[in-house]
Design a protein around this ligand. Structure first.
Ligand SMILES: O=P(O)(O)OC[C@H]1O[C@H](OP(=O)(O)OP(=O)(O)O)[C@H](O)[C@@H]1O
Ligand code: HPA
Ligand SMILES: [Mg+2]
Length: 182
């Protein structure tokens, strides 16, 4: 039994992910020069591997914060109800916030969180996402920094889960449909 047997095909390889993290890290380092302690805000749980690798390529005095946000609750479709399970530990008032995400799909999570942080008085709010699935959008949302675009298929690995599994796969792959149709 191997978790890798449940993967239909690799979509974004480990080498591609490493190149994306380096490229985006350099771009962010250039764009945020001179800003006062920007906050890299990860949305748990999916952000963890990407945020960890990306942050090593950001050569700036950033603070790191997390917010635990969920709307899929183990399913392959969004419940539409974006729940904050744990809020961040610091005030965002007058701060530059860069949200780190694994994927933008329907856009509901980011739409909700970006609006919330603006409402709380953040100076700027931008999003860096490893994956963008524009064909999944229900609410218009355009992330500033995008690793790569994926088709409208359910993907797992590198932080992304199905029913809380597969987050520990080191690449992004398409899950065999028979796994979630069981
Ligand atoms: O654009 P959307 O359709 O809102 O989807 C994107 C969000 O969905 C996933 O989170 P999930 O709710 O599965 O929580 P998790 O990160 O704990 O898996 C993913 O990590 C994003 O946060
Ligand atoms: O394709 C996906 N896979 C895993 N989690 C997700 N959350 C939104 N879209 C996805
Ligand atoms: Mg999930």
């Amino acid at each position: 039994m191997s978790i890798y047997n449940d993967i239909e095909r690799v979509l974004v390889s480990q080498d591609e992910i490493a190149a994306i993290c380096e490229r985006l890290g350099k771009q962010i380092t250039a764009d945020y020069q001179g800003k006062e302690r920007p906050i890299l805000l990860g949305l748990l749980k999916g952000c963890v591997p990407f945020m960890s690798d990306l942050s090593k390529h950001i050569d700036l005095p950033i603070e790191i914060e997390y917010m635990d946000v969920s709307s899929y609750h183990g399913n392959i479709t969004s419940s539409g109800d974006v729940k904050i399970r744990k809020d961040m530990n610091t005030s965002v008032m007058d701060r530059d916030i860069l949200i780190a995400e694994d994927i933008v799909d329907t856009g509901k999570t980011l739409d909700t969180i970006v609006k919330l942080l603006r409402h709380r008085g953040a100076k700027s709010v931008e999003v860096v996402t490893l994956l963008d699935k524009p064909a999944g959008r229900v609410i218009p949302f355009t992330p500033k920094y995008i690793g790569t675009v994926v088709p409208k298929e359910f993907v797992v690995g590198y932080g992304l889960d199905y029913n809380e599994l597969y987050r520990n796969i080191p690449y992004v792959g398409v899950l065999k449909p028979e796994i979630y149709k069981k």
